[in-house]
Write a protein that binds this ligand. Structure first.
Ligand code: F0G
Length: 418
């Protein structure tokens, strides 16, 4: 197959061969992967019809629009994708239609698997031996799993010491990655990873590697496919390093350019109050990013003060007439409790999106007739401490206190009011 994909700088438009190991342009800016989609998908209608008959797992099904240059024999998959799209409108009638795309139902319990199937497979195809990432816990879990699965790739993860959940830490260790706790925050780890990959031949697998972004486009594309290509009014998504919102926007733009979707949704990026550099930039018409020292939040996966994909995120937010908002710790945890309670276990980072959707509805930015899809990025089981703490505290609005008794039938009867 002719290779009709290449890297292109997002600011100076310089082009590079896709097979180069490269994360930035010579001018220093980020790169996009550009595909000649008219070449790969000459007949979009026929392609869409073929998707309905295609029983492959998600990455393989959508590969023509995600990473057509990857030869199939290098694909390392854990059968990620095909995650549920829950319609929860009957529970929250202030919205005409609100749906949760639950990316926590992926093999390592977060959306990061979508990018890693692309990134780790590409690393294998390029013949890399060592792969590395900095992480707030989910990227590392996913990278560790996919490198573990490939046998010939060594995964190395840099984690901010004491700032990720025990479950996330257990994932990186168990999947066999060389796990390094660094006495810094995520932004400090990210800086180190960029330095080490500049000096040594270790392949960087954070989302500043635009191959990963291509895999993550599948979240939006699969959602649209589930909706039979009917475009919702809003996608609401939590933002940390800003890779995922960039991927969502790029995938949707490509569907629009191919004529597969006929209108554009709006995008809302939501951050935790103490880690909200994008919110500040939005309020100043995106004039600049002022990096912050990110404060501790229950949404620890998005405790990021200097988002690497800032410029890409701004591009998508402008294109999709986007909005950026922040939510408080109480809002995050109260919405987590309300969604968990209906049987859909989500992490605090996901509830940032749900709380954000509600806030934008209350501000009349999201209208009551709007169809909203909120992206739930990871499963609640990765952050069980946050739930246990919340439900132990009777002052919390939706707490479900555990009752402790000694093993006597009368005590049990008392508790059950019998
Ligand atoms: N939700 C979860 C559960 C995450 O793990 C992350 C990012 C995000 C949202 C935000 O996505 O960074 O693309 O804007 N986690 C990264 C990590 C930083 O290392 O696992 P983003």
């Amino acid at each position: 197959m002719k290779d009709s994909s290449f890297f292109q700088c997002i600011s100076c438009s310089n082009k590079y061969d896709l097979h180069e190991i490269r994360y930035r342009c010579d001018c220093g800016d980020l790169l996009d992967v550009i595909h000649d989609l008219e070449y790969y998908i000459p007949n979009p209608k026929k392609w869409v019809d073929s998707l309905n008959l295609n029983n492959d797992f998600a990455f393989k099904r959508y590969k023509d629009i995600l990473l057509p240059s990857l030869p199939k024999e290098y694909l390392i998959s854990l059968y990620e994708g095909d995650t549920p799209l829950y319609d929860i409108s009957d529970r929250f009638p202030q919205f005409k239609k609100i749906m949760l795309k639950h990316e926590g139902m992926n093999p390592t319990l977060s959306f990061k698997d979508r990018g890693m199937v692309a990134g780790v497979s590409w690393a294998k195809y390029l013949g890399c031996k060592n792969i590395i990432c900095a992480s707030t816990g989910d990227t590392s879990a996913a990278m560790a799993a996919y490198s573990g699965s490939s046998c010939d790739l060594k995964g190395i993860v840099l984690l901010p010491k004491g700032k990720i959940s025990p479950e996330q830490l257990a994932q990186a260790i168990s999947y066999g990655a060389l796990t390094i706790g660094v006495e810094t925050d995520f932004d400090g780890c990210m800086k180190l990873v960029q330095e080490i990959t500049n000096r040594h031949s270790i392949y960087l697998l954070n989302s500043m590697n635009s191959i990963r972004i291509e895999g993550q486009k599948a979240i939006g594309i699969e959602t649209l496919h589930q909706l039979d290509w009917e475009v919702p009014d809003w996608f609401v998504i939590p933002v940390g390093n800003a890779g995922n919102i960039s991927a969502l926007g790029k995938g949707l733009r490509e569907l629009f350019d191919l004529g597969i979707i006929k209108k554009l949704p709006r995008l809302a990026g939501i951050q935790a109050e103490g880690s909200s550099p994008l919110v500040h930039s939005f309020k100043n018409n995106f004039i600049e990013l002022i990096p912050q020292k990110a404060k501790a939040t229950k949404a620890s996966a998005i405790q990021i003060g200097n988002p690497v994909s800032y410029k890409k995120a701004v591009r998508e937010l402008k294109y999709f007439n986007g909005y950026v908002e922040s939510v408080s710790e109480n809002e995050i945890m109260d919405w987590k409790a309300q969604i968990d309670k209906i049987g859909i276990s989500i992490c605090p980072n996901s509830s940032v999106a749900m709380a954000g959707a509600v806030k934008l509805y209350e501000k009349n930015i999201i209208k009551e007739t709007d169809h909203v899809v909120a992206i739930m990025t990871a499963h609640g089981s990765k952050f069980s401490n946050t739930a246990v703490e919340y439900h132990q505290d009777s002052t919390n609005k939706f707490s479900n206190l555990i009752k402790f008794i000694s093993p006597k039938i009368s005590n049990l009867e008392n508790v059950l009011n019998l």
